[in-house]
Design a protein around this ligand. Structure first.
Ligand SMILES: [Zn+2]
Length: 168
């Protein structure tokens, strides 16, 4: 089941079309707008377009909930020091599953889907979304390797309107 024949055919065909008109070759990896975004993996979020940015403009780090995890922090430190990041947006969103269910509810749903116990798997569920956002933004601002010259903001993305609201 891990390697199903043809499972990616449509995507590879689309990629060949994409490569035919590819214009991003020779690009460097710097964030040209000086922007880094940490946001949720949710498919309703288009991190570049929602900020009026283009490929090449920003570093994007995504995970369930848009949390400042250890890996997210690593990405931000790299972004700031090696890739031109000067502004950091932390962007959770409305109707996020990670903020709507408890850890036990998520585990139960996954257990049902998997047909086996998932109680050992952690999911980093968010209890108080805005409180957690404030804490995450504080952690980025307080990180010893994030200079005070870097602007760090916490925003809530409304998946039903496309609007971003700064919360902290
Ligand atoms: Zn989400």
């Amino acid at each position: 089941m891990r390697r199903v024949a043809g499972a990616f055919d449509d995507l590879l065909a689309a990629n060949r079309l994409y490569a035919e008109t590819f214009e991003l070759g020779g690009f460097d990896g710097v964030a040209h707008a000086g922007v880094a975004v940490v946001t949720c993996m949710d498919s309703r979020i288009d991190p570049l377009r929602m900020l009026g940015l283009q490929p090449g403009d920003a570093k994007i780090f995504r995970n369930p909930g848009g949390r400042i995890t250890r890996a997210a922090m690593e990405a931000l430190v790299l972004g700031v020091h090696l890739l031109g990041v000067e502004r950091i947006l932390v962007v959770p969103h409305t109707r996020c599953a990670m903020a709507m269910y408890t850890e036990n509810e998520i585990r139960r749903k996954v257990s049902e889907s998997a047909g086996q116990d998932a109680s050992w798997q952690s999911f980093g569920v968010i209890g108080n979304q805005l409180g957690m956002l404030a804490e995450d933004v504080r952690a980025v601002r307080a990180h010893p390797l994030i200079p005070v010259t870097v602007a760090v903001g916490g925003f809530l993305y409304e998946v039903d309107t496309g609007l971003l609201q700064q919360k902290c």
